[in-house]
Every structure is written in structure tokens, then in C-alpha cells.
Ligand binder design. Structure first.
Ligand SMILES: *Cc1c(COP(=O)(O)O)cnc(C)c1O
Length: 412
């Protein structure tokens, strides 16, 4: 707590603090939870801060992550952090010709394709540069396994090929030049509720991949089985432990892909939140305390413009901040400074004694922080973000918005 008091005195609030030692620990724990043949993609959307991304790539006692991106902005962040094009997987349902051209030009050679037209666009961009890109066909499985918080398959979706339609569409895909159909990509769930549901989902995915390989006659070089590794979001707690995942994956792979230990196919998982969630802390200042009809409201200088703004868009990331309640004396709602009743970080939660000028420390805020928030809404400055390593502040910065003129003014 003292460390955070010192940092908020030095940098002001709202303040994000990212601890790279914790990022390194999470990376080691996740690699340890997987068979050593696995590669691991870091999904930059969880936190594209350049120092955080760099920490996931840098050589260490564990293997380096690769990067999973879905925009040219994330591509720039990955390259700036030192990733080479060939270490990057480009995913997403809306890849434009311009983005694909830029990605190929900058060396990206592996894409997840969401549809036949997506494969064709990737092929056109690769052809234009005289190269061949690996395409992983993202699969939207008609069947599902675990019950999870965020489902992206089994129902109609902008993500992936409907698994039952793949046999019919494959001849069209085989004709596309500039791409090699290298394998399959799955991402059926995020933030699995426990190890059993994570394992069940992976078992389902691996069995489906093997079945598709047989039915389609499509030899798989690379299978990305997705993720779902979980960490608390803005509430106290630890990353989920996965003590049996490694052996469960190995057993399932032995059954379905007898040559997997020799690299056929190569295998990968993906994670955003697990790698960075626990490394981040948000410190918010208390601007005011008010009582309305018997209920207490703690007004903070950080609202959904700073944290969790995406939750306003639906059920994806419901923000329900909880504080360390060891000193709780009261219940109150944590609200932000924005002029919208939606600016609530926590409803009627346990809070310690708080007064204007105090700070609250929101734990496990390293994933889906600033970039997943409504940074522009109501025009407040972005929060300062500081990065710690070995107890030292190694970087302090703030994102800035500015308006850039675009040519084309004049009579319409
Ligand atoms: C969002 C996303 C991730 C990261 O999800 P987490 O729950 O943060 O691990 C990984 N892969 C894909 C394709 C995604 O869309």
C-alpha cells in the first residue's frame, strides 16, 4: 500500500501501475502449465503498452511469447516491442485490403481467416508482394463443450467458418493463390470458470481439429487451440492455477495427433488477460463523498473513461470492482466523474473509511484497462501509466489524443 501511496503522490491519479516482474511470473506459470511443445500467443488487445508487450517477448528463463494482433495499430505496437513479422498472428473479422497489404509488407506471414472472402483477400495481398502467407482457418464449431462466460462459437457469428460448412467451401479455398492452408484456429472461450471447463473445451477442440483433418483431407501443420486462461478482473485474488492441464492436454493429443511431439502439427494457445491482468493496479483518487437517500457514493477521478468502459457495450466485461475489504467499514458505490449514470465501477461494495483526497487501489487491472475504456468520452486526460521492474519506475507516460487535419475540404 505504501508503494502505491508514494507513486500516486509522485504521479497523481488516476494512475495505472504495471509490474513487469509479475508479467514475467505469469508468463512462466502459463508456459509451465502447457506441454513444452506449445507456443503461446499474447493477445495485444488485453494491454498494448509497449513495455508490457516487450516484456512478453524478451528472452528469459522461459520461452518468449508470440504476438496475436488484429489491427495495424497493434501491428505497430508489436513491431515496436521487438516482435518480428514472422512471430505475429493476424486475426479478426474485418481485415481490409489496406491492412493486409501493410501486414504482409511488414513481414507478417500467418493469418487467421474468418471466411472464404477473407482467405481470398489474404491471398491477393500476398500475391501482390510475391509471397505465400500461412492461413489458419478459424473454426466456429457447431458443437460446444464447457459453459463459459464469453462464448464465441456454436451460434451464428462473424467469427470463423461454420464447421459443418467447411467441406463444401474447401474446394474454393484450395484454389486461392498466395496462401497455404496451414491449419486451424479456435478461440471458443475467454476467462474459463475453472480448470475442468478449460480442459473440457480444449479436449473438444482437439478432437474436432483431428476430425476436420480427416474429413477434409487437409493435413494440419499448425493448430491454435485458443485460450480461456483466467485471472480476476478488478477484484482481489490470484490467477487460476492449472495443475492438471499439461498432462490432460498431452493425453488428448496422444489420442488424436500421434505425431504431435515431433511437431505435426505445431500447437499454440493464446492469452491476453492471464499474462497481464495481475500485473496491473489502478489507483484512483477520491474527489467527493456524497450521500443520497441514505446511500453513499464515493466519487472517483477514474470512471469508465479510465477502466472497464467496454462493459457499457454489453455483457462482455461487466465491471464490478471490489477492494481489499480487510479494513471495510461501510458499503458504498464507486462512481466515476462522467456525466452519465452508467459511470459506475462498483455498486454497494464494501469500502474502508474514505475521505476526499484519499485513494482507492483497484487490484488486477492490468488487462482491458485504458485501451478498453472510453478514453475520449467527456474529454478527460488519459490516466498516467507507470511501469515497474525490480521496484524501479522504468517508464511513465500518458496517451494523448489529437485531431489531425485530413485533406478533402471544399465544395461537395
Ligand atoms: C480476445 C482474444 C484473446 C484474449 O482473450 P483473453 O480472455 O484476454 O485471454 C485471444 N485470442 C483471440 C482471438 C481473442 O479475440
Amino acid at each position: 500500500m505504501n508503494q502505491y501511496a508514494g507513486l500516486s503522490a509522485r504521479f497523481g491519479t488516476p494512475l495505472y501501475v504495471y509490474d513487469l516482474d509479475e508479467v514475467a511470473t505469469a508468463r512462466r506459470e502459463l508456459f509451465d502449465a502447457l506441454p513444452e511443445e506449445f507456443e503461446l500467443f499474447y493477445a495485444l488487445k488485453a494491454n498494448p503498452h509497449p513495455e508490457v508487450v516487450r516484456a512478453l517477448r524478451e528472452p528469459g528463463t522461459v520461452r518468449a511469447c508470440r504476438a496475436e494482433i488484429s489491427s495495424t495499430g497493434e501491428l505497430a505496437a508489436a513491431l515496436e516491442a521487438g516482435f518480428a513479422g514472422h512471430e505475429i498472428l493476424y486475426t479478426g473479422p474485418g481485415k481490409t485490403a489496406g491492412e493486409l497489404d501493410e501486414a504482409i509488407r511488414l513481414g507478417v506471414r500467418m493469418f487467421s481467416a474468418e471466411s472464404a472472402t477473407d482467405v481470398e483477400h489474404i491471398g491477393q495481398a500476398a500475391d501482390a508482394h510475391g509471397v505465400v502467407a500461412d492461413c489458419l482457418l478459424r473454426v466456429n464449431s457447431v458443437t460446444a463443450s464447457a459453459t463459459t462466460s464469453i462464448r464465441m462459437t456454436g451460434t451464428p457469428s462473424q467469427f470463423g467458418f461454420d464447421s459443418e460448412a467447411l467441406p463444401e467451401v474447401l474446394p474454393r479455398l484450395r484454389k486461392v493463390t498466395g496462401v497455404e492452408l496451414a491449419g486451424l484456429h479456435f478461440f471458443p472461450l475467454s476467462n474459463a470458470k475453472d480448470e475442468a471447463s478449460l480442459i473440457a473445451e480444449f479436449q473438444h477442440t482437439i478432437a474436432l481439429a483431428a476430425r476436420l483433418e480427416r474429413e477434409l483431407g487437409l493435413p494440419l501443420r499448425f493448430v491454435d487451440i485458443g485460450g480461456g486462461f483466467s485471472v480476476p478482473y478488478a477484484v482481489p485474488g490470484r490467477r487460476s492455477p492449472y495443475p492438471t492441464l499439461r498432462s490432460a492436454l498431452a493425453a488428448t493429443l496422444d489420442e488424436h495427433f500421434p505425431a504431435w511431439r515431433e511437431g505435426t502439427p505445431r500447437l499454440a494457445c493464446e492469452s491476453g488477460r492471464y499474462l497481464v491482468g495481475a500485473a496491473g493496479t489502478l489507483i484512483a483518487g477520491v474527489t467527493n463523498i456524497k450521500v443520497s437517500r441514505g446511500r453513499r457514493f464515493v466519487v472517483l477521478d477514474a470512471g469508465i473513461n479510465t477502466f472497464g468502459g467496454m462493459s457499457g457495450l454489453g455483457r462482455l466485461l461487466p465491471v464490478a470492482v471490489e477492494l481489499d475489504d480487510s479494513r471495510a467499514v461501510d458499503r458504498a458505490s464507486l462512481v466515476g466523474p462522467l456525466c452519465t449514470p452508467g459511470d459506475i465501477l462498483g455498486r454497494e461494495i464494501k469500502v474502508p473509511e474514505l475521505n476526499p483526497g484519499d485513494t482507492v487501489v483497484i487490484p488486477n487491472a492490468g488487462a482491458y484497462g485504458p485501451t478498453a475504456s472510453l478514453l475520449m468520452f467527456l474529454g478527460r486526460p488519459a490516466p498516467t501509466e507507470v511501469v515497474l521492474r525490480g521496484g524501479e519506475v522504468v517508464s511513465a507516460s500518458r496517451l494523448e489524443h489529437h485531431r489531425t487535419p485530413v485533406s478533402g475540404t471544399g465544395r461537395v
